[in-house]
Design a protein around this ligand. Structure first.
Ligand SMILES: [Zn+2]
Length: 342
């Protein structure tokens, strides 16, 4: 009896049609805002079979777009051009029945186009070279102060993140490929940079805490191996904290590997460890053409746009922070000793 009951239900449902759903997608770069040159797609699923598809756009009269297939599905693609730049409000129907929009996760995919309202943007000028961390942004020992730089090389890094050593190695490799003045080297004993899991405020995927020699007992000494003075403009140590909950949730929302997201976040935070601030200006429309630097301040759209390695703009910024290599210290040499600075 129970089986036949379900059977009747299913038959009734099919006979009377279904509400159906409609989704809007940037096919060219999923989960980023639409800009000129992108391919956009509208997909209808589970609506009435062989039904008439109409759209009401910006309050205009209904426009008949096509007919659903035997499964109640339909889709269309188009390329955005300059004439389509603007803001849209679209309500979709099949046989006059309004379809329910299926939209991406609003928290982790804020730039993804969604119904009923979305915008098509013109291409933008990309963000410029990031500045060397301005003193106002540089927080060390809880106080803003002058920017500090590494005074020795190689800089050792150590990782305990659950995203795995290969994820960290990927990010390290991106910077070691982009520059050779401050080589970063894995270190199991003394770490200049420590990458680890933690929790950060919602919406923050990673953080870098910078400590100068002013925070350390070495302050006021010359580093023994290369003679550099350990004053407050000398870097001492950096924490790179990964917000594992946010990175995992982002990966789930976008169906991408959390390790790939983490590698992107670590690459960005290593930029801070190498004294780079955020690329300016931050005009955040969520389109790829505005992302010019791995130091762009927002994971979305930068991650989806594939700007996951230092760009020429980042290299320019790095070279202004480090016109030449800091002095070499033997790896694992203890730098916290020496003569007092003059
Ligand atoms: Zn940042």
């Amino acid at each position: 009896m129970r089986l036949s009951f379900f059977c009747v239900c299913f038959t009734l449902s099919a006979a009377f049609g279904q509400t159906g759903s409609v989704a809007l997608r940037n096919v060219s770069v999923p989960f980023t805002s639409l800009e000129v040159g992108n391919i956009v797609e509208v997909t209808i699923t589970g609506a009435t079979p062989f039904g008439t598809v109409t759209v009401v756009q910006n309050g205009q009269p209904p426009y008949v777009f096509g007919t659903t297939n035997a499964f109640g599905d339909w889709s269309v693609q188009a390329t955005e051009s300059q004439e389509y730049v603007g803001s849209y409000h679209q309500v979709w129907y099949v046989n006059g029945v309004q379809l329910t929009p299926t939209n991406p996760d609003p928290t982790y995919l804020p730039d993804a186009p969604r119904l009923p309202s979305f915008t098509v943007y013109s291409n933008a000028l990309s963000s410029g070279s990031p500045p060397v961390i301005p003193p106002s942004d540089f927080n060390s020992c809880g106080q803003p102060q002058a920017t500090a730089y590494w005074r020795w090389r190689p800089v050792g890094y150590y990782s305990t993140t659950s995203f795995g050593s290969s994820t960290v190695t990927t990010a390290i490799g991106r910077w070691n490929s982009a520059q050779s003045k401050v080589p970063l080297q894995s270190d199991s004993t003394i770490s200049d940079i420590w990458v680890y899991d933690g929790s950060l405020p919602a919406g923050t995927f990673g953080g870098a805490a910078l400590y100068t020699q002013g925070c350390s007992p070495c302050y006021g000494e010359r580093i023994g191996c290369n003679g550099a003075c350990m004053n407050s403009s000398a870097m001492y140590y950096v924490d790179i904290i990964l917000n594992t909950a946010a990175i995992n949730a982002f990966g789930t929302a976008a169906s991408v590997s959390p390790q790939d997201v983490a590698a992107y976040v670590i690459t960005h935070e290593l930029g801070h460890a190498l004294q780079l601030g955020h690329s300016q200006p931050l005009i955040r429309r969520g389109i790829c053409s505005e992302v010019g630097s791995v130091m762009y301040e927002s994971v979305s759209p930068a991650f989806f746009c594939g700007v996951d390695s230092p760009t020429n703009k980042d290299k320019t910024a790095f070279n202004s922070a480090y016109p030449s290599s800091p002095g070499h210290c033997a790896f694992n040499e203890r730098y916290c000793y020496g003569d007092m600075c003059p």
